[in-house]
Design a protein around this ligand. Structure first.
Ligand code: ATP
Length: 195
């Protein structure tokens, strides 16, 4: 099975792009969503996260995301520690998921791909880009967050230029219709390449 990694900085529009691939019949795995589900479901992960962050990390058995976000905002080393707990489980889950898919290729949406060498497990990589100013505007509109919090996350991610250099395809997501056109092109290209 051909694995196509889909990445891009926060607010670039990865999920928006992933939805367009889904409309074309491509199975899409959204790693962050699956990670969240596993954090709410897996007893082993829960125990490890409580050991790392303390009991407050769950409220009535549901992951307390703002609490985690605050800790990571103040000490980014916690992000690495959390990822070390969650990522191996997501990787296993993805391996099982992929076996069930019937399509020429699948899309794996991962916010942090190059940063963790995840691109090495992909046959192709698509990076979604958008100017930082637009990304910040989108996120301020979508989330209950602050410019400072967004900037802190952006600082933890590779700049677009570095991602673009290592990508097979780049989708610039500013105007939605143009984005959809690019998705169609990339889809055709991938099918040709793997044909
Ligand atoms: P995150 O890294 O936070 O998961 P993301 O890269 O997946 O973000 P999206 O959630 O797809 O980004 O997009 C961020 C926000 O911007 C969403 O509210 C989405 O609806 C909006 N958005 C995405 N692309 C466009 C576009 N081309 N035009 C207008 N709004 C857009």
């Amino acid at each position: 099975m051909t694995i196509v990694g889909l990445t891009g900085g926060i607010g670039s529009g990865k999920t928006t792009v992933a939805k367009e691939f889904k409309k074309l019949g491509v199975p899409v795995y959204i790693a962050d969503e699956e990670a969240k589900k596993l954090m709410n479901r897996s007893k082993i992960i829960k125990r490890k996260l409580i050991n790392l962050f303390g009991e407050k990390v769950y409220i009535e058995d549901k992951l307390n995301r703002p609490f985690i976000a605050d800790i990571i905002f103040n000490d980014t080393s916690y992000l690495k520690k959390m990822n070390a707990i969650v990522h191996p489980k997501v990787a296993k889950h993805f391996e099982k998921w992929i076996l069930k898919q019937k399509a020429p290729y699948v899309i794996k949406e991962v916010a942090i791909l190059f940063e963790n060498d995840g691109h090495k497990q992909c046959d192709y990589v698509i990076t979604v880009t958008a100017p930082i100013k637009i990304r910040i505007q989108r996120l301020l509109k979508r989330d209950n967050t602050t410019r400072d919090k967004i900037t802190a996350i952006i600082k933890n991610q590779w700049p677009d230029e570095e991602k673009v250099k290592l990508s097979d395809f780049v989708i610039q997501n500013i105007e939605l219709q143009k984005t959809i056109n690019q998705v169609n092109e990339v889809h055709k290209n991938i099918l040709q390449n793997i044909g």
